[in-house]
Design a binder for this molecule. Structure first.
Ligand code: ATP
Length: 326
């Protein structure tokens, strides 16, 4: 039996729209329950360097609509070493921090899992990543907003693709996961999605050409997940140039604009609910778990499962995309 008097909160890994809404929710729920909140800046780095500030309810005013993270984020190599984590633990003791809420992706939870076991620290994770690649939750914070950003961009690209009768390869994020590519392809009416999950099995580009894409249309858009498995949009365009020079191909790499912008309502609601659930879980003496939402219900997912188990894209959606692109 232990009592939590003070929690530390940090954001880590890649930023995602809605992280601020999660910071607000965690902070206010903790204060509501009489728990002090210490904001840790720049992810695990701030835990090592001691960049920490007490947060009151007004410190999270007017941030629910803001993209990025007011706590900043960083990739921290020192935390990957036992020496670095030792310093982080000493900082926690010095600051009187009893437990942590970490907002981030699989790397963030891998670090939290190791640290929690090493020093017996209660840690709860909130999934914040645009990639949606964490097992145990239907959606991660930031994914919906990023998908909407992609769809808006593709709508614009289609205007020029149509006018010039061109084939566009539009590259989106998703190194190991095709959620963004596949679902934004469906939502933008793209002809196809080239995703990392499939490329080991067959050559998706050849398949597309064999199936006769663009025969009856005056423009085509193919969404490509940025990944060594797909070769990326540029790699595919180069192949087209040599293998099928009859196509007038262009490439657009959406890059970091996918991470920015004001979170959509869906992500704000997700972040607000998950933040409350993270504090509830700590009060319930849970540790080393990620908060997820499955079928609109809060679930607790052990870090070990969230980071290891594979979350699969629904292969039926590829079929839907193919039917609708004739
Ligand atoms: P995204 O999915 O958006 O990239 P992420 O949380 O996966 O987010 P990473 O850069 O992979 O982002 O991880 C964030 C931080 O977590 C790292 O900079 C490091 O400090 C910590 N971390 C990652 N893996 C480990 C590990 N094996 N041991 C200790 N700490 C780790």
């Amino acid at each position: 039996m232990y009592r939590i008097n003070c929690i530390g909160i940090l954001t880590s890994g890649g930023d995602a729209p809605g992280m601020n809404a999660a910071i607000r929710s965690v902070t206010r729920t903790a204060i509501f329950n009489g728990i002090q909140v210490k904001a840790i800046y720049r992810g695990y780095k701030g835990l090592i360097t001691g960049e920490i500030k007490e947060f009151h309810t007004e410190d999270v005013s007017n941030i629910i609509q803001r993209g990025g993270t007011i706590l900043k984020t960083a990739r921290c190599k020192e935390f990957m070493t036992p020496e670095g984590r030792q310093v982080a633990f000493e900082t926690m003791q010095r600051e009187g921090i009893d437990a942590l809420v970490v907002i981030g992706g699989d790397g963030t939870f891998t670090g939290a899992h190791i640290f929690g076991q090493e020093y017996n620290v209660p840690i709860v994770g909130v999934p914040g990543t645009i990639d949606n690649d964490l097992w145990g939750t239907d959606s991660t914070i930031g994914y919906d907003t990023a998908m909407n950003t992609i769809v808006e961009a593709v709508d614009k690209i289609r205007d020029t693709a149509n006018s010039h009768e061109r084939l566009f390869f539009v590259e989106v994020m998703g190194r190991d996961a095709g959620f963004l590519a596949l679902n934004s392809a469906l939502a933008s009416g793209a002809e196809a999605a080239i995703i990392p999950e499939r490329l080991t099995k067959e050559d998706q580009l050849e398949e597309l050409i064999k199936n006769g894409f663009r025969k009856s249309k005056n423009s085509s858009i193919v969404i490509v997940a940025e990944s060594p498995n797909t070769g990326g949009a540029q790699g595919l365009a180069e192949r087209m140039h040599t293998e099928h020079p009859e196509y007038d191909v262009r490439v657009t790499i959406l890059g970091h604009l996918q991470r920015g912008g004001s979170p959509k309502a869906y992500d704000r609601i997700l972040a607000s609910r998950m933040g409350v659930a993270a504090i509830d879980a700590l009060l319930d003496e849970q540790r080393s778990i990620m908060i997820g939402i499955v079928n609109d219900e809060i679930v607790h997912v052990p870090f070990s499962k969230a980071i290891k188990d594979d979350k699969q894209v629904n292969p039926d959606k590829l079929g839907v995309l193919q039917i609708l692109s004739i």
